[in-house]
Every structure is written in structure tokens, then in C-alpha cells.
Design a protein around this ligand. Structure first.
Ligand code: HEM
Length: 419
């Protein structure tokens, strides 16, 4: 048994701090006494100050560093609007569609909350994709930020599950048939796939049990995301932010405090982002969603083409282009992003100083974008052929070209510091 720490023994803190001394706050002396009292007992205010007020940031971050804040705020908007939707939604096959119609037509401001929630998902994914491509361009996934990158990838996967589950809830045609396609895809995974698909559906075809489970999955994933965001930001604050030059900060001269400089920059960015969000919600509420989902689910009528929402389209195109290998290929296309910090061994971070990578990354972006368009077309003829080429390039880029470039790409001299 561990002995009670003796005052002369090896302990973390001096005895007078552990026993019988009034707790102290590290807030400045001129802070409000009430705040100092609270902070001495629960040091969240000084932690906030350290991490979000005085926190040293590189002084050269461009607008692409605003997108993490955009994703965070959109996540909060989604959670809040989701709670309001949940109080009016009924997760049964006979009532789900009607309850969503009632939210749109009868619940006061229900149309607004639903439009914010639906538009919010698109804004969230748009910001998230920019956030990820920023990381790819500036090499933010490289050491020592591997765990930061991995927590980000976990967030992407969780977001995808939450968004997919959410899309099933209105129980429209695309909800039903999308779920059917996904359950079949799941079933094709060896060993675990079939039992998992059966468990999710609770039987042979989607019904009440499936809808109920997917409802639970939707909000559990959505709220659990907050916990992982906390880990993500914790990991970020261990290493500090990368920057457009990809060179670590070396002295206080390279930094400025988070507040007021980046609070102001994020504030302006958020105002513009909110403007785009408002245009989507008020002027183009149906622009990014498929009209088929305004038809109630009908198990006897299969739509001519089952298409996903735009943010899933690249992965869906890979699923369909891969034929019998569709599921492993689309899983691999995501898995390469998880493994990226170990696939790209080049010590140079920013693409600005990588003469070959700078040209290959746009090709990967082109492949991803093309697959996004192909996801809305039948997998036949040119669409199928080019989807296969794009999938091949995507995998080749990460699995072959990046490890190869680490060895052969010329390395121009890097700047001494960001100043
Ligand atoms: C719910 C989703 C996410 C939220 C709320 C979120 C939030 C944030 C925030 C607030 C920052 C600091 C500001 C910034 O650098 O833009 C950040 C940085 C970062 N995030 Fe995320 N993030 C999310 C998903 C992801 C994903 C999917 C990835 C990629 C796998 C990722 C990778 C990174 C990286 C590498 C950084 C540091 C960037 C740098 O300093 O260059 N994040 N994130």
C-alpha cells in the first residue's frame, strides 16, 4: 500500500501548499476580488487567460487559420438548433416525416431552426474541408503535430457518422434508400460487417428499430464531438499553431498575443462567415439538399438514382467506382489521411518551399473535386472511367508519391525565422 506522504518525502508540491494554506490565484492583483476568489478554488479563469488571452501566436497567420474557429462556432450552432428540433421530432416510421413537416409548417419559427440546422451542416463541412486542405498545404500534420492531426481525423469520422445519421431522421426517400445502401455496404465488410448491419437495422430492412438507433447515434455522436474538440485544442496548445512558412517560432519576436489580435481577426472572419451562412439559410435553403428527400420514404419505390449530400459525394463516387472493392477503397481513401503524418517523411512543412509537392497537391484536390461531382452521376461510361482514374491518383498520391518525394524532392533553403 502506498504510504501517506510524509512531509519530508518526495511529493509534488511543498507541504505548505498542500495543507492548511489558503488557495491562491494567478490572476493579476487588479482583477475583481470575486474572480480571484473563484479562480483560486477553480482555476478555469486563469487557464482561459493563459490559453486564449495571453497565448502567444505566430504573427503571420493568414485567413485560412480562421476556419478552425468557423467549424467550432458552427458546431455549437448545430448542437443548439438540434436541441430545438429534437423537442418536436418523433423517431417513428409513421411519424418522423410528418413531425419534420410540422416543424417546417406549424411550429413557430420551426422552418428557421430547421433551415439553420440543415444549412449549418453544409457550412460545417465546407469549413471543415478548407480546414483540412489548409493543413495539407502547410504541412500542419507533421511532427510534432501528429496527435493534433489524428484527433482532427477522428472528428472528421465522427462528423460523417453524425451527418449520415441525421440525414436518415426525416425519413424521406433518400433517408430510407441511403440507409439501405449504407447497410449493404456495411454488410460487405468481412466478419464484423454483417452483424453490425443487422444490429443497426434491427432486422432485414430499415424500420422503427433502425430509426430509433440512428436517432440515438446522431445525437450521441454530435455531443461526443465536443469532447474530442477539447482534446484537439489541447493538443494544438501543446505544440502551438503552425504558420504559412511552416517554420517553428523561435523567439517572442515571432509572436503576438491571441487577444486582441486574433480575437479581432476571428471576429471579422466570423462576421463574413455568418453572412454567407445567412444567405444560405434565408435565400437558398434548398440549394444544397436533394429534393427527393421531401418525398416520404417508400420501401416499394426505389429512386432512379440514390445520391448522397454533397459532402459525402467524393467517398460515394469511390464506393461506386470500386465495384466489388468499393467499400475497402473508400475506407482506404480516408485511412490514408489518418496515416499521413507517417506517409509524408519530408522535413519541410509548407508547400511554399516544396517545389514538386506544390504541384502534386492541386492534382489531389482536382481528383477529390472531380469525385465530388462524379458522386452525382451514374457510375457508367466516362464518369466511371474518370472516377477510377481519380481514385487511383488519390491513393497513389498518398501511398506512393509522398513517401517518394520525401527522398527525392529538392529542398530550398528555409527562412531562419518567421520574422
Ligand atoms: C469538429 C471539427 C474540428 C474543429 C472544431 C476544429 C477546431 C480547430 C481549431 C479551433 C483550431 C485552431 C485554429 C486554426 O488553426 O484554424 C484547429 C487547428 C487545427 N486543426 Fe482542427 N478542428 C476540427 C477538425 C479538424 C480536422 C478534421 C483536421 C484534420 C485532420 C484538423 C486539423 C487541425 C490542425 C492540423 C490544426 C493546427 C493547424 C495549424 O496550426 O497549422 N482539425 N482546429
Amino acid at each position: 500500500m502506498r504510504p501517506w506522504p510524509d512531509e519530508s518525502g518526495p511529493v509534488d508540491r511543498p507541504a505548505e501548499q498542500r495543507f492548511g494554506r489558503a488557495p491562491t490565484s494567478s490572476l493579476p492583483d487588479d482583477a475583481a476580488p470575486g474572480l480571484r476568489w473563484l479562480d483560486a478554488r477553480l482555476p478555469v479563469i486563469s487557464a482561459f487567460r493563459r490559453e486564449y488571452v495571453d497565448y502567444p501566436m505566430p504573427h503571420n497567420l493568414n485567413g485560412l487559420w480562421n476556419f478552425g474557429a468557423f467549424v467550432t462556432v458552427t458546431l455549437l450552432v448545430l448542437l443548439l438548433s438540434g436541441i430545438f428540433l429534437a423537442v418536436n421530432y418523433t423517431a417513428t416510421v409513421t411519424q418522423a416525416f410528418a413531425s419534420v413537416e410540422a416543424i417546417d409548417r406549424q411550429v413557430p419559427s420551426g422552418w428557421l431552426v430547421r433551415s439553420i440546422h440543415m444549412g449549418g451542416v453544409s457550412m460545417y463541412f465546407a469549413a471543415l474541408y478548407v480546414h483540412i486542405w489548409r493543413g495539407l498545404y502547410y504541412g500542419s500534420y507533421k511532427a510534432p503535430r501528429e496527435v493534433l492531426w489524428l484527433t482532427g481525423m477522428v472528428l472528421l469520422a465522427m462528423t460523417m457518422v453524425a451527418a449520415f445519421a441525421g440525414y436518415v431522421l426525416p425519413w424521406g426517400q433518400m433517408s430510407y434508400w441511403g440507409l439501405t445502401v449504407a447497410a449493404h455496404a456495411l454488410g460487405s465488410i468481412p466478419l464484423v460487417g454483417a452483424p453490425l448491419g443487422d444490429w443497426l437495422l434491427g432486422g432485414g430492412s430499415p424500420g422503427d428499430v433502425a430509426l430509433h438507433r440512428i436517432y440515438v447515434l446522431h445525437f450521441v455522436m454530435a455531443f461526443a464531438t465536443i469532447g474530442i474538440v477539447v482534446l484537439h485544442v489541447l493538443a494544438l496548445h501543446v505544440t502551438g499553431s503552425n504558420n504559412p512558412l511552416g517554420v517553428e517560432i523561435r523567439s517572442p519576436r515571432d509572436t503576438i498575443p491571441f487577444h486582441p489580435y486574433y480575437t479581432a481577426k476571428d471576429g471579422v472572419g466570423l462576421a463574413l462567415f455568418a453572412l454567407a451562412f445567412a444567405v444560405l439559410v434565408f435565400f437558398l435553403p434548398g440549394w444544397l439538399t436533394l429534393p427527393d428527400n421531401y418525398l416520404e420514404a417508400n420501401p416499394l419505390s426505389t429512386p432512379a438514382d440514390i445520391t448522397p449530400e454533397w459532402y459525402f459525394a467524393p467517398f460515394y463516387a469511390i464506393l461506386r467506382a470500386g465495384g466489388g472493392l468499393g467499400v475497402p477503397l473508400s475506407a482506404a481513401s480516408l485511412a490514408v489521411l489518418f496515416a499521413l503524418p507517417w506517409l509524408d517523411g519530408s522535413p519541410v512543412r509548407s508547400a511554399r518551399f516544396r517545389p514538386v509537392y506544390r504541384w502534386l497537391l492541386p492534382l489531389a484536390a482536382l481528383s477529390f473535386g472531380f469525385l465530388g461531382v462524379a458522386g452525382f452521376h451514374q457510375p457508367a461510361g466516362w464518369w466511371l472511367l474518370l472516377s477510377r482514374v481519380a481514385t487511383a491518383y488519390w491513393l497513389l498520391h498518398f501511398l506512393v508519391l509522398l513517401p517518394l518525394l520525401a527522398r527525392i524532392e529538392p529542398r530550398p533553403a528555409l527562412p531562419e525565422s518567421i520574422s
